[in-house]
Design a protein around this ligand. Sequence first.
Ligand code: SF4
Length: 199
Amino acid sequence: MAPHPAARVRTLAELHRAIAGCRLCPAVTPPPILWAREGHRALIIGQAPGITEPKRGLPFAGAAGRKLITWLAPLGVTDHESMLERFAFAAVAKCYPGRLPGGRGDRAPDRGERARCLPWTDALVRLCDPAVIVPVGRLAIDDWLGPAPLSEVVGRRFERDGRIVVPLPHPSGASSWTNHAGNRALVELAVAQLRDTLP
Ligand code: SF4
């Protein structure tokens, strides 16, 4: 089997160039969305872009991003620009998976898409070397912490491979988890963990 193209990249600029041409998954809609600059010390890993992100070429550019900004306000995040200043961004799948049949929300990336896209995230972590990883949503949390109920991991801080991992639920309107006051309190606790941890 040919090596994954992510294995060849040696700089963030090479990573951006290489992933822009990635068409490994036939069922998704490019372009891949990845955001990282030299000096980013914290990386947010979401699930997948929605319909808005490919149009703007930026992560969390739609309604979920607006909710994430409100969650991150205690860190001094006031708008999309300040969030991009503070965090690098990747996703479990970096291309838009498309709508679910029947039109009820976006399709979650499937197992093959996740496996094909993971080496790009690994390359970003290798090159950016973030001290803090924020997996956002069930799929990204599974990759970093393994399967566990959100209520058991959100609000806590973990260490994996020398990095601090602080999970958050997905801010998408499709998730009802944060409708419960107790769960919103866990999100506030998670952001407080980030405030105490971010370099
Ligand atoms: S989802 Fe990831 S692996 Fe699949 S085509 Fe997009 S960038 Fe490539």
